[in-house]
Design a protein around this ligand. Structure first.
Ligand code: CU
Ligand code: ZN
Length: 208
């Protein structure tokens, strides 16, 4: 009988001695954690003030242009510019055209539509000093874009592309420059204008 109780006691003491050790180990680690959330908290708030500079919906810069008729014309429109892979996409509507007609459509050097005939917008935007041409087919101006075509109602649904231009105010940037709708189609060949004729409408590209 005596031997039995002596054997059980040491076993119980060993179990009791082991358990208190684990809470002691845990207590040593927590002090490291409070520092980490504080550091990431300050880093997360820092980028926020810069966000309003970009477009709130898409997260990238976007621009618009309102086209107004030049003297003696009724061509008007509204355009939107967005950065896409490989260039700038131009979408929108141009109204007041002859039904089924085709028209040269470019970004021009200067955002100045004050001249009655739109010539104040200057020549095609050409920061790389290249020849006039067609987007996607060799050399062309950064401001060159495909012709727009009017439907039966005389409205052209614009969805075209610029390559070599950027949506900013830098050297290749189109913000603050002009957009012109011409009387004739661009032949994509004649230098330096594509022989697109008179200017029917003019607009200035503005950051949104
Ligand atoms: Cu033009
Ligand atoms: Zn051109």
């Amino acid at each position: 009988m005596r031997h039995a109780t002596l054997l059980i006691l040491p076993a119980a003491l060993m179990l009791a001695a082991c358990q208190p050790q684990t809470p002691a180990d845990d207590a040593a680690t927590p002090p490291v954690d409070p520092a980490a959330p504080a550091a990431s908290g300050t880093a997360a708030t820092a980028p926020d003030p810069a966000m309003p500079e970009a477009d709130a919906q898409t997260g990238m810069a976007a621009a618009t242009a309102t086209l107004a008729p030049t003297e003696g014309n009724e061509v008007a429109g509204r355009l939107e510019f967005s950065s896409v892979d490989g260039g700038i996409r131009i979408t929108g509507e141009v109204t007041g055209l002859e039904a089924g007609s085709e028209h040269g459509f470019h970004v021009h050097e200067t955002g100045d539509c004050s001249a009655p005939d739109g010539t104040s917008a200057g020549g095609h935007f050409n920061p790389a000093t290249t020849a006039h041409g067609r987007v996607g087919q060799g050399e062309h101006h950064a401001g060159d874009s495909d012709n727009i075509v009017a439907n039966d109602q005389g409205t052209a649904m614009v969805d075209t592309l610029l390559r070599g231009a950027t949506l900013d105010q830098g050297e290749t940037g189109i913000i603050g420059r002009g957009v012109i709708v011409h009387a004739d189609p661009d032949d994509y060949t004649t230098q330096p204008t594509g022989n697109a004729g008179d200017r029917l409408a003019c607009g200035v590209i503005e950051a949104r």
